[in-house]
Ligand binder design. Structure first.
Ligand SMILES: NC(=O)c1ccc[n+]([C@@H]2O[C@H](COP(=O)([O-])OP(=O)(O)OC[C@H]3O[C@@H](n4cnc5c(N)ncnc54)[C@H](O)[C@@H]3O)[C@@H](O)[C@H]2O)c1
Length: 475
């Protein structure tokens, strides 16, 4: 079986050969020719689907069995509809394949990189295949003499594209990124089993680029299937892919723990979760999904403890749910550490309750931070627009004393450290810790930015200020 298609036979695409009814791209406009390095799940599906959009595609792999299969229009993997799509692409003379990456790169406008990124021995990412693919890309670009776009599609740790792949391409080609070639990171979100349907109707299309020219060329490739492309930096796009998959894994484990708790109670976990997912305001929504401060208040800490206790009594293990209190405590410790690192001694807290618009102090996590700082001898003051000297907090303190007896120092000190005027308090502090997000607080803090050190636990500003006197807890 001859695996290698002849690149010398490569010829301009006859735009009338589009065979998928979904193709809306203007036939008169020249479509980019694309080389795809790595014909595994991602590469094979991309080869078929991009040809399906009318692109000429050259699939490349070191595995001659895979290149042979692609050249013959046979799917190298089990994936619904892939064989048919590949066969159509080969028949339409849009798909060829080769083991010679450099030749394929030189003969195309865009190169997609979809080689494997297995786990290395130390648990990190094995860059071996990325490096060898990048070297071959560099060789292909060396004498090409035309601008080229390299699109990284592998799931990789942030900065891999720019710090691992690009240097290899530059040293093998003698060319410069941004001038001679552009680079994008374009994460792949396909699900095996429904990969072609996911290509046609993607959950999202993300293009990370630091070069508009490269991003525009890639944007045009995806235009027929997604007209709402999310543009960002390369590093953010790399991280998005990791975060997506960790989130999916978190959801799987969470749902399974719900099942483990429900089963011995003879409660149908599917009924529970069917109702759970119908809440798109709080449950499946951006709510609670932005990095910030620890959870708190009268419900979340109490109910997390209750479910962990329930599971223990039932004899079922719920390590994810049990770990929530520990990761919450880590966030409290991070806030304390930020204050210590600030070197300030007079610390003003803007916001006392666990969120803006309430005077509920029950299990407000900022009390933990204040308590620790008071114990360490810091001069602590606090302002909360919903709390003043007339606020009845006795019952809340009784609650706090009962659940958190270690908070006694802050409970005792609180009435004496409340400030009535936020700006006067800020002006009299070395450091302020912002714990609530509101328009009023944003204006107050903005008016003092640069004059006082700000530790922001709530991402007060959409764009974090880039000044030495501002520090966000997770950004
Ligand atoms: N499989 C998925 O569902 C999926 C989804 C999204 C993202 N990803 C990511 O996409 C990347 C590819 O995943 P996959 O599952 O398709 O991998 P895979 O292991 O199935 O295929 C990788 C292919 O790359 C080839 N290859 C390795 N080095 C090469 C080189 N120098 N030149 C040419 N070919 C080379 C291998 O022979 C193999 O065929 C990984 O980073 C993965 O994490 C995978």
């Amino acid at each position: 079986m001859n695996a290698v298609a002849n690149i010398q036979d490569y010829r301009p695409l006859d735009r009338s050969t589009d065979y998928r009814s979904t193709v809306t791209w203007p036939k008169s406009e020249l479509l980019s020719a694309i080389s795809i390095i790595g014909l595994g799940y991602v590469g094979a599906v991309s080869t078929a689907c991009l040809a399906g959009l009318g692109h000429r595609v050259i699939g490349c792999d070191v595995d001659t069995i895979k290149t042979a299969q692609i050249a013959e229009g046979v799917s190298p993997i089990h994936e619904e509809g892939l064989g048919e799509l590949l066969a159509n692409g080969v028949e339409a003379e849009l798909i060829t394949s080769t083991t010679n990456v450099a030749e394929a790169v030189a003969a195309t406008d865009i190169t997609f990189v979809s080689v494997g990124t297995p786990t290395s021995e130390d648990g990190g990412c094995d860059y071996r295949y990325i490096r060898s693919a990048a070297q071959a890309i560099g060789e292909g670009l060396r004498n090409k003499g035309e601008y080229h776009v390299v699109v990284m599609r592998c799931s990789v740790p942030p900065a891999t594209t720019l710090n691992v792949m690009v240097p290899e391409i530059e040293s093998a080609s003698g060319l410069t990124m941004g001038e001679d070639f552009g680079v994008c990171f374009n994460p792949e979100f396909l699900r095996e089993g429904t990969a072609i349907a996911d290509f046609d109707v993607p959950p999202k299309t993300v293009i990370g680029a630091n070069d508009d020219r490269a991003a525009d060329i890639l944007r045009r490739v995806y235009a027929p299937v997604d007209d709402n492309i999310i543009a960002t930096s390369i590093e953010v796009a790399e991280m998005v892919k990791y975060v997506d998959n960790v989130w999916h894994a978190t959801k799987v484990c969470f749902a399974n723990e719900v099942g483990r708790v429900c089963k011995p109670l003879s409660i149908d976990s599917h009924q529970v979760m069917d109702i759970f997912v119908q809440d798109t305001k709080l449950n499946l929504s951006p709510y609670y999904l932005k990095p910030g401060f620890a959870y708190g208040g009268s419900c979340l800490p109490k109910e997390v403890r209750a479910v962990a206790h329930l599971a223990e009594n039932l004899g079922v293990e719920t390590p994810l749910i049990n770990s929530l209190a520990a990761t919450n405590e880590k966030q409290i410790q991070s806030a304390i550490e930020l204050v210590r690192q600030s070197k300030g001694r007079k610390i003003g807290f803007v916001g006392l309750a666990f969120k803006a618009g309430t005077d509920d102090l029950r299990e407000s996590p900022i009390l933990e931070v204040m308590n620790e700082l008071i114990t360490e001898g810091y001069d602590v003051r606090a302002y909360d627009p919903a709390i003043d000297a007339n606020t009845r907090v006795d019952n809340q303190f009784a609650y706090v004393r009962h659940v958190c007896p270690h908070l006694e120092p802050v409970v005792e000190a609180l009435p004496g450290l409340l400030a009535a005027d936020p700006l006067a308090m800020i002006d009299n502090c070395d450091v302020i810790v912002v714990t609530q997000r509101s328009k009023e607080i944003r204006q107050q803090v903005a008016s003092r930015l640069g004059r006082v050190k700000v530790i922001d636990l709530v991402r007060l500003f959409d764009a974090a200020p880039s000044t030495n006197s501002y520090e966000g807890i997770g950004w």
